[in-house]
Write a protein that binds this ligand. Structure first.
Ligand SMILES: [Fe+2]
Length: 384
C-alpha cells in the first residue's frame, strides 16, 4: 500500500530558492514539488504549515553531544542505551535527520572516557539502529588522535561496527594545529584537567614527544585503511598549506575546523569541503581563539556547518546567517547543514528538497528571531 502525504502552505527551502507551495511525499520519498495550493482531491492528506518554512532534514557530521548524556558528571556513567536515546531525541528535535556520532580513538591517559565507554556507546547505537528505536539515521565518526601510542590498535577495535562511515585524523599536542598557540592550550587543558604549572609542563612534554613519535605514521596508516575500506576521511584543525597538501595526498574529502584563513582557502580551492562549527557562527568566534567561521564565509570558503556540541546550533546558525549582514540567502545557508554534508559523505539520496530524494523534512516556525522546530519527518515518518 502506498503511503502519501502533502505538506501545504509552506515556504519551501529548495537548494537555490524559496517557493511558496506544497510538497507531495509518496512512500517516504519526495514525489512532487509545486507552487500554490494542492488539488482539492489531495487535501485530506495535507499537513498545513500555515506559511512556515519547510527545510530538508539536517545532516550532522561531527557531534560528541552523546557524551554529555553518558557521562553527565566526572566518573558518573549513565546507562548507554538510555544515553543514546536521550541524545537521539535532542538530535531529532533539532531538525537533524542524519547524524555521524563522534567517538574518540587514541586516548590520552588523562582522558575521562575510555575504550570500554566508547564501545558501550557504539554497541548502543548499533542496537538502536537494529531495533529501529532511534528517531534520526545514525552513523559513526571515529575521531582518531594520531599522536596517541594506541591509535591504530584502538581503531581496529571498531572493525566489527558497520555504522562506521567517517574518520577524522587529529593531533591535539601543544604547538600543533588547534593549539598552535601554547597560551590557548594552557587555558583549555589547565581549566579542563585542573593542573598546576608544574604538572602542565610535564603534560606538555609528554604530549609533544608522543606527537613526534606517532603522528605522521599514524596519519598515513589511517589514510591507507580508509582507502582500503572506502571510508570517508576528514582532516582536523589544519593550519598551514603543508597540512592541506598532505590532506590532498591522503585523499581527504572534508577539512574540519581549519584554524587559519590560509588553510581554509587552500582546502576549499582544492575541492575539500570546509567544515566549521555552527556554535562558532552563533557565538561570533572560536572557543579556542582560532579563526571565526564568519570570516571564512566572507571569503566564500565555508561549505559545511556542524553542531559540534550544541545540536540546536545548526538551525540557529542557518537563520542567523540568512537574517544577518552577511550576503547569504537562506537556501545557501541551509545547504551548509544539509546538501553539502550529505554529498561530502556520499549520501546522495538526501540533503535537499528535490524530487526523488528521501522525504527528510523539518517544519520551522520563526518566532521573533528564533527559529522554532515544530515537527520533523524522516523518510516521510514523523519522528518529532
Ligand atoms: Fe580540535
Amino acid at each position: 500500500m502506498t503511503t502519501e502525504m502533502i505538506f501545504k502552505d509552506a515556504h519551501i527551502v529548495l537548494p537555490t530558492e524559496v517557493i511558496k507551495g506544497h510538497v507531495h511525499v509518496k512512500d517516504g520519498m519526495i514525489a512532487d514539488i509545486s507552487e500554490g495550493t494542492p488539488p482539492a482531491t489531495l487535501d485530506k492528506l495535507a499537513y498545513d504549515l500555515e506559511g512556515d518554512f519547510l527545510l530538508p532534514g539536517f545532516v550532522e557530521l561531527h557531534t560528541d553531544h552523546v557524551e554529555g548524556h553518558y557521562a553527565p558528571r566526572p566518573k558518573v556513567r549513565w546507562h548507554p542505551m538510555a544515553a543514546v536515546l536521550a541524545h537521539d531525541a535532542q538530535i531529532a528535535s533539532s531538525g537533524i535527520t542524519t547524524v555521524f556520532d563522534a567517538l574518540r580513538v587514541g586516548l590520552d591517559s588523562d582522558a575521562d572516557l575510555q575504550y570500554t565507554d566508547m564501545k558501550a556507546l557504539a554497541d548502543a547505537f548499533h542496537r538502536g539502529v537494529d531495533e529501529g528505536t532511534l528517531r534520526a539515521d545514525h552513523f559513526l565518526h571515529l575521531r582518531c588522535e594520531v599522536s596517541a601510542d594506541d591509535c591504530i590498535t584502538a581503531f581496529h577495535q571498531f572493525d566489527p561496527y558497520p555504522l562506521v562511515k567517517l574518520i577524522s585524523v587529529m593531533d591535539h599536542a601543544p604547538g600543533q594545529r588547534q593549539f598552535a598557540k601554547i597560551e590557548a592550550y594552557a587555558v583549555y587543558y589547565k581549566g579542563k584537567l585542573k593542573m598546576t604549572d608544574e604538572e602542565f609542563d610535564i603534560f606538555c612534554k609528554r604530549r609533544i614527544a608522543a606527537s613526534e613519535r606517532n603522528s605522521d605514521r599514524h596519519r598515513q596508516m589511517i589514510a591507507d585503511l580508509c582507502k582500503e575500506r572506502g571510508l570517508i576521511l576528514a582532516s582536523h584543525d589544519d593550519a598551514t598549506v603543508e597540512h592541506v597538501e598532505e590532506a590532498i595526498r591522503q585523499d581527504i574529502h572534508v577539512a574540519e575546523f581549519p584554524t587559519t584563513m590560509e588553510a581554509a582557502k587552500a582546502s576549499h580551492n582544492a575541492g575539500l569541503a570546509v567544515l566549521m562549527g555552527a556554535p562558532n557562527v552563533v557565538r561570533g568566534g572560536s572557543h579556542s581563539g582560532n579563526i571565526a567561521a564568519g570570516d571564512l564565509l566572507d571569503e566564500g570558503v565555508l561549505d559545511i556547518l556542524s553542531s559540534d556540541y550544541i545540536p540546536m546550533s545548526l538551525v540557529q546558525a542557518a537563520f542567523l546567517l540568512a537574517d544577518g549582514e552577511k550576503a547569504i540567502e537562506l537556501p545557501a545557508a541551509v545547504r551548509m547543514i544539509s546538501d553539502t554534508p550529505a554529498r561530502a559523505t556520499g549520501l546522495d539520496d538526501r540533503g535537499a528538497i528535490e524530487i526523488g530524494k528521501r522525504a527528510d523534512l523539518v517544519h520551522v516556525k520563526k518566532s521573533r528571531n528564533t527559529p522554532v522546530i515544530r515537527q520533523v519527518w524522516r523518510q516521510g515518518n514523523r519522528i518529532v
